[in-house]
Write a protein that binds this ligand. Structure first.
Ligand code: ACO
Length: 334
């Protein structure tokens, strides 16, 4: 058995910055309400016709490959996590295979675990590398949320939280079993599926897709029981981080960096207090990008890569919670 390690990280966010003040012009909200409840100051929205979920994934993957000193032809497999694909089907993984110009017809797998999607995708890649099946895997998280948000007062409880963006990592085999992804941990609790979901298009009711689309507001927009999500998130984040630490004989004191899914700054701060981590060991960029769902964690990894914020032997925990409910963690030794 091998271990897998991250050998490159890249990200791409659209140029268009949408501040809380910009949202005040569209709906009955305020900069103060959004900052206080979520920590968000601004987010990015795509320019329609320029960026899509798939092509932002490709752009971030190209950067990650370049930083790894690899090319598209080195990639054996693609794992793509998103809740906002370009098409209902096929998923965006195949589009990346094409846009990267891969000469080989490598496999492309799509993961649908929303906010936990990147950690789930990383775990899938880790297993393929561990068994020796693939040597080099691209793992991508990318989202275009803006196209699905109701930017009127009716949709404000959800729409102020989300933004667009993408991140990617390249994973490769290492023969050092004490390095790389040390373990991954995944959970779900489907009884809460409807606490955070978009129902259409779906087969949960008899109506034809083409009859349902664009007419039934409650089915086509994101439904979220915000307080239920919050209460579950703070418990599950802490649990799944402790699970990862204990599985490897570590404690929170051993952590060099906590990379949380960027759901809400208040959730991150709650978990930080629980683990008694100093500010410099917790990464937050929700202030600048909002919640970019599957893209939040790889965007952070790429920002740290750029800032040379990752050192040999650093211990990182990645953790996420979201729709499903699903939650997951990964412990990494660089
Ligand atoms: N601007 C102004 N007022 C608003 C807005 C807004 N954008 N949205 C809702 N309000 C109003 C509500 O209508 C309500 O008004 P009322 O008291 O007159 O009825 C009031 O603000 C309070 O609403 P609550 O929903 O109770 O506000 P809460 O303090 O729970 O904060 C929030 C809402 C931020 C969504 C919070 O519940 C939360 O953080 N939940 C976690 C959900 C989350 O992080 N989701 C992200 C996606 S999931 C994930 O990534 C894990």
């Amino acid at each position: 058995m091998y271990n897998s390690k991250i050998v490159g990280a890249g990200h791409y966010v659209p140029e268009k910055i949408v501040t809380n003040k910009d949202l005040e012009k569209l709906m009955d909200t305020s900069d103060e309400w959004i900052r206080e409840r979520s920590g968000i100051e601004e987010r990015r929205y795509i320019e329609f016709g320029k960026d899509t979920t798939a092509n932002m994934g490709t752009k971030s993957a190209k950067i990650a490959l370049e930083r790894a000193g690899l090319t598209a032809d080195d990639v054996d497999f693609i794992v793509f996590a998103t809740l906002s694909p370009d098409y209902y089907f096929p998923g965006p993984g195949v589009i990346v295979q094409h846009e990267l110009g891969c000469k080989r017809t490598i496999g492309a797998l799509d993961v649908r675990n929303q906010c936990s999607g990147f950690v789930y995708a990383l775990s899938v890649a880790d297993q393929f590398i561990k068994t020796g099946m693939y040597k080099t895997i691209l793992v991508i998280g990318s989202e275009v949320q803006s196209n699905g948000l109701d930017l009127t007062t009716r949709g404000r409880a959800v729409s102020v939280l989300f933004g667009d963006g993408a991140g990617a990592v390249v994973m490769q085999r290492t023969e050092d079993n004490n390095k790389g992804i040390l373990s991954t941990h995944m959970h779900s609790q489907g009884e809460f599926a409807e606490a955070l979901c978009v129902k259409s298009p779906g087969n949960f009711k008899e109506t034809k897709f083409y009859e349902d689309m664009h007419i039934d507001y409650d089915y086509s927009t994101c439904l979220m029981d915000g307080q239920l999500v919050f209460k579950n998130a703070i418990v599950r984040f802490s649990e799944v981080i402790m699970e990862a630490l204990q599985a490897n004989g570590y404690t929170a004191d051993d952590l060099d960096m906590f990379v949380p899914h960027q759901a809400n700054l208040r959730i991150t701060q709650f978990v930080q207090r629980k683990l008694q981590l100093p500010d410099e060991k917790v990464y937050s960029n929700i202030q600048r990008f909002g919640n970019t769902t599957a893209a939040t964690i790889p965007i952070i990894l790429s920002e740290l890569w750029e800032k040379k914020g990752i050192k040999e032997d650093d211990i990182f925990v990645l953790a996420a919670f979201g729709s499903g409910f699903t939650w997951a963690s990964a412990l990494i030794k660089w």
